[in-house]
Design a protein around this ligand. Structure first.
Ligand code: G1P
Length: 288
């Protein structure tokens, strides 16, 4: 079994749900407390032993790449002023030289197409996918939990959680087989089904560990839900050929592609911060 060392992070979306904030800024650069969404995703992947990153970008996303570069003037100024604390804040933005590559998805043809754009990076290796909109607060980073499941099963693993019936049509949904602890055998996958046709209420959350064989299926460019090339459809073709499981991960997930979810994430993450929690708790009491 090949070790998991690579991650693909699709960041080409237009972020229309956050206009006007995202008119000239990438939505992945929106901060939760004081860190951009994309940095949470990169740090989570790193904590799972990922060493190589591929961002699927598009026009107007250069700030993301800048964020993970050396900011020479800023750093020199901070050093000259002895601002060691501020310098330490930049720690998580450092990526090994050569460990971050970007690929452009020229057309918005769907998540499946975005992943296919990373085919040269993926090559013949297993890889993680992190959708930075999905922010997860957990004791063990979610990708590390998936990586462990990958080591156990040697196959594909997706993060899953139960969603309310009225939200089923927003997700990739599992048809389930046997359950072993937190691992659920995947028998089928369907992207954004209407609730009455959904095989379960178990939804894919934006964390995956996949075998490279999925690329061959994506290369068919079959259009699925919403007329887009869907990752879920290509993954469904892996079932029966390689092990495929859903992992009920430990942790709370915030949908930061949604305004209310994004605001909730701010509160939850702020309450985890010893420097902020007392103030936040106090003002929340005032508001509620
Ligand atoms: C994507 C996937 C979907 C998955 C979801 C998780 O949908 O296509 O299968 O359940 O992410 O957030 P999107 O949110 O891009 O519409």
């Amino acid at each position: 079994m090949k070790p998991l060392r690579k991650a693909v992070l699709p960041v080409a979306g237009l972020g229309t749900r956050f206009l006007p904030a995202t008119k000239a800024t990438a939505k992945e650069m929106l901060p939760v407390v004081d860190k951009p969404l994309i940095q949470y995703a990169i740090e989570e992947a790193r904590a799972a032993g990922i060493e190589q990153f591929c961002l699927i970008t598009g026009r107007g996303k250069t700030a993301i790449v800048e964020h993970f570069d050396v900011a020479y003037e800023l750093e020199a100024t901070l050093r000259a002023r002895g601002k060691t604390e501020a310098l330490a804040m930049l720690e998580g933005t450092r990526i090994e030289p050569g460990a971050l590559v970007t690929v452009r998805q020229q057309e918005p043809l769907g998540l499946g197409h975005a992943i296919w754009c990373a085919r040269a990076f993926i090559d013949e290796d297993p890889f993680a996918i992190l959708l930075p909109d999905d922010l997860i607060l957990s004791d063990t980073p979610c990708v590390a939990q998936l990586a462990e499941a990958y080591r156990q099963t040697g196959g594909n693993v997706v993060a899953v959680q139960e969603v309310p019936r009225e939200e089923i049509s927003r997700y990739g949904i599992l048809a389930t087989g046997e359950t072993h602890g937190n691992l659920i055998e995947v028998r089928g996958l369907v992207e954004k089904p209407p609730p009455e046709k959904a095989p379960s209420a178990l939804a894919i959350i934006g964390r995956y560990v996949l075998l490279p064989e999925v690329i061959g299926h994506l290369a068919r460019f079959e259009r699925g839900a919403g007329g887009e090339v869907q990752l879920t459809d290509a993954m469904a073709r892996l079932i029966g050929h390689s092990p495929f499981h859903g992992l009920r991960f430990e942790g709370r997930r915030f949908d930061c592609g949604d305004k209310a979810g994004f605001l909730e994430a701010q509160i939850a993450f702020a309450l985890k911060r010893p420097d902020l929690a007392p103030q936040v708790r106090a003002f929340l009491r005032r508001y509620c």
